[in-house]
Design a protein around this ligand. Structure first.
Ligand SMILES: [Zn+2]
Length: 267
């Protein structure tokens, strides 16, 4: 009997208390300064219909409650950093998921491009260590790493269509399936078949365009591998929606059916 009470108390603290606390957090009004930050750094926010704005604010609150931001390289984490990153990340969840990156726990933010020491396995099994300056990185162990100056730059330059936050969080969605391979979780076998057919054809189209030195709507970095292709396509979907829909209608349709929004409505 005593054990049953102990188990009941443990279960209560493990499951029910966090749920009640989250419900409380979500019931609070969205702080006005946060809305100001969204209007300043997330231009799409002001143009979204009210329903999507409400969804976005709810997910941002959940994101800020559940994830830990860590300032690196001397950077002090501010509300602007937290709300801007959470806002962009949660834009990928509208209309489709009440779960907010369940595997993600930490967002590490550097002031500018950071150096990631890495081991690379080359042909013949030789391991080398290289240092690269990076603006973002996504790890499947629950971490995203970002350079704040790049995040801020992407927020205020809508024209070039790049966005490191959208890019890294697309990788997070991709890795939720257990593999980071360019196919996020889809809800049917038919959806996977349609997805891989379109992605394979668009991916080889990009390789072909690069080989022939043609200009591309999709960032040529997407030619690195299918995972990068999904990440840069996500950037283009949200930031160059009209161009992507016009030049790559099949790819746009796949992304629209996955993300369940049409960012052209916000232009
Ligand atoms: Zn990437």
């Amino acid at each position: 009997m005593g054990w049953l009470i102990v188990i009941a108390v443990v279960l209560l603290f493990a499951f029910e208390v966090p749920r009640v606390r989250l419900r409380y957090v979500l019931s609070q009004a969205f702080p006005l300064p946060y809305s100001k930050i969204l209007r300043k750094n997330l231009p799409a926010y002001s143009k979204m219909p009210t329903d999507l704005q409400m969804q976005l604010k709810r997910r941002i609150r959940q994101f800020l409650y559940q994830k830990t931001f860590v300032g690196c390289g001397g950077l002090e984490i501010t509300d602007e950093i937290r709300v801007t990153i959470a806002g962009k990340a949660c834009m990928l969840l509208l209309n489709r998921s009440s779960e907010v990156y369940p595997q993600l726990t930490h967002i590490l933010v550097y002031p500018s491009a950071f150096v990631a020491p890495r081991k690379e396995m080359l042909n013949g099994g030789v391991v080398t260590h290289t240092n690269q300056g990076l603006s973002g990185e996504s790890w499947s162990d629950g971490r995203v790493i970002l350079a704040w100056d790049q995040v801020a730059l992407n927020s205020h330059n809508e024209m070039h269509g790049q966005d490191v936050v959208l890019h890294e969080f697309a990788h997070q969605l991709d890795s939720e399936s257990g593999q980071t391979n360019g196919a996020p979780i889809l809800n049917s076998t038919a959806a996977y078949q349609a997805w891989s057919k379109v992605m394979e054809s668009e991916y080889s189209g990009l390789l072909n365009a690069i080989n022939h030195h043609h200009g591309t709507v999709i960032d040529p970095y997407g030619a690195t591998n299918p995972a990068e292709f999904f990440a840069v396509s996500t950037e283009a979907f949200f930031k160059k929606s009209e161009q992507l829909a016009q030049h790559h209608p099949a790819l746009y349709a796949q992304l629209q059916s996955y993300y369940k929004v049409d960012p052209r409505d916000w232009v």
